[in-house]
Design a protein around this ligand. Structure first.
Ligand SMILES: Nc1nc2c(ncn2[C@@H]2O[C@H](COP(=O)(O)OP(=O)(O)OP(=O)(O)O)[C@@H](O)[C@H]2O)c(=O)[nH]1
Ligand SMILES: [Mg+2]
Length: 233
């Protein structure tokens, strides 16, 4: 019995040491947390972009059959990518918090509640094959995040599989695109990113976009834009 007791004690000590080492490792990890806001029209592919970013299928996506949007309320999902990049000479994890939104109805107070630290990157989502102007998108960006929203924004053009089928390269597409889209692409700091969400695993698809977001955020020294909860008169 006493032998078994000694064993139990030894096991306890071991597990305490291992536990505390694990905790110390976690405490010492470098983690960069970025809040990413997805905005776009109904059925623009927002939730699919969210899935690509977090590398899963947790945001619900559905074709527009019933006349009702699939995303009717905000949903915040996060995922940590271990050792995603090097920062100040050390490996750093990337914690992405992705906020999917219903079509253009997000209120500043809701955004503030969900992202009290603000928004690091705004992803504007537009279907490449249906690029009619949407002034509300820019208005909404400005009213939520203020004048500086363009410095933190990236345009994601979805449904680019349809462009491929039409034999259009991204550069040809931009050259042929309407003036408002060309202007928006030039205005936003992160430029345009072409995305085909019809294929591949979400985690693979999202890799290049995650890197693009990180580079954009680094240009802003990983500072977040404050949510504009005060109404300016
Ligand atoms: N072919 C193709 N289909 C896509 C692409 N992105 C999304 N889809 C499909 O389009 C439909 C709508 O995509 P969602 O990601 O749900 O779009 P959403 O903007 O979140 O839609 P709502 O929340 O309903 O407004 C789904 O059936 C997706 O599978 C794409 O790049 N190419
Ligand atoms: Mg959706």
């Amino acid at each position: 019995m006493s032998h078994a007791g000694e064993h139990g004690c030894h096991d306890d000590v071991c597990s305490r040491i291992i536990g505390s080492l694990g905790r110390r490792c976690d405490e010492e990890r470098n983690v960069l947390a970025l809040n990413v806001l997805l905005l776009g029209r109904r059925q623009s592919g927002r939730s699919s972009v969210g899935n690509a970013l977090i590398g899963g299928e947790e945001f619900q996506t559905r074709p527009y059959l019933s006349g009702v949007s699939t995303t009717t309320e905000c949903k915040l999902l996060s995922r940590t990518f271990r050792n995603f990049f090097r920062r100040q000479g050390a490996e750093s994890d990337l914690l992405l918090r992705v906020l999917d939104t219903p079509q253009l109805t997000l209120r500043p107070h809701t955004l503030h509640q969900l992202c009290p630290e603000g928004v690091h990157v705004l992803v504007l989502i537009i279907r490449a094959d249906q690029s009619h102007e949407d002034a509300h998108l820019e208005e909404q960006a400005q009213s939520l995040l203020g004048q500086d929203w363009r410095r933190h924004s990236l345009l994601v053009l979805t449904f680019t599989d349809h462009l491929k089928k039409a034999g259009l390269q991204p550069s040809d597409y931009l050259a042929l695109s309407p003036d408002w889209l060309k202007a928006l692409t030039e205005e936003v700091e992160g430029g345009a990113f072409f995305m085909d969400n019809s294929c591949d695993w979400a985690s693979i698809r999202g890799g290049p976009l995650r890197e693009r977001l990180l580079r954009l955020s680094a240009r802003n020294h990983h500072k977040a834009l404050t949510v504009q909860t005060e109404v300016s008169l």
